[in-house]
Design a protein around this ligand. Sequence first.
Ligand code: PGA
Length: 249
Amino acid sequence: MRTPLVAGNWKLHGSRESVVALADALRDGAENAAVEIAVCPSFVHLAEVGAALRGSAVALGAQDCAAQQQGAFTGEVAAAMLAEYGCRYAIVGHSERRSLFGDSDALVAEKFAAAQRAGLTPILCLGEQLAEREAAATESVLGRQLGAVLDTLGVAAFESAVIAYEPVWAIGTGVTASPEQAQAAHAYIRGQLAARDAAVAAGLRILYGGSVKPDNAAQLFACADIDGGLIGGASLVAEDFLNICRAAG
Ligand code: PGA
């Protein structure tokens, strides 16, 4: 069966000192965890967080990666660089990248491919805006975002990938999708993949993200198609994040 994954997205937070302290606390607290755990600090913190986590049960991930491998692309960080720093995962297509920095569906697909080329496992984020949900467009948005990757890279690309369903209206708002809403979206995503390859769909981990907290994690993770979480705010507090990890185990 699918081993749950709980990944912390630290976003634009932390100092050198605070992220190492957080990593130390997670390393100690994650011993004997029943789930896979990862954290995604900012690029500049990867080396020190990676060093603090070395040999622990907590994997390292990045919050984004460049679509390009190298060249005149000022400000970008290549997936191969992230692999060299010990990353196992790279988030691609986070809604903040899509809405604030203009990452298009096509660019997200290129980043997904770039991550895999470098040996990283992409965590592909999908999710609808509030207006899209209210217009009953959730499935068409998810289908379009997923299709951009599926149609260019094929279903086999999802053999070594993770998807995170993150309804934009639930991210950082304190409003969580109900377990029923989340499960429906996850089942839709898995169904889209199953239509192309049932085995790939059955093996794929689909995480839920959006205001997951220690007190709502267990009921979300109990849903059949929810295989862990992508955690923002609550991943910045070691005990909260560890309690969320325990709820997934
Ligand atoms: P949140 O963020 O848990 O703070 O809502 C989730 C995310 O953006 O990945």
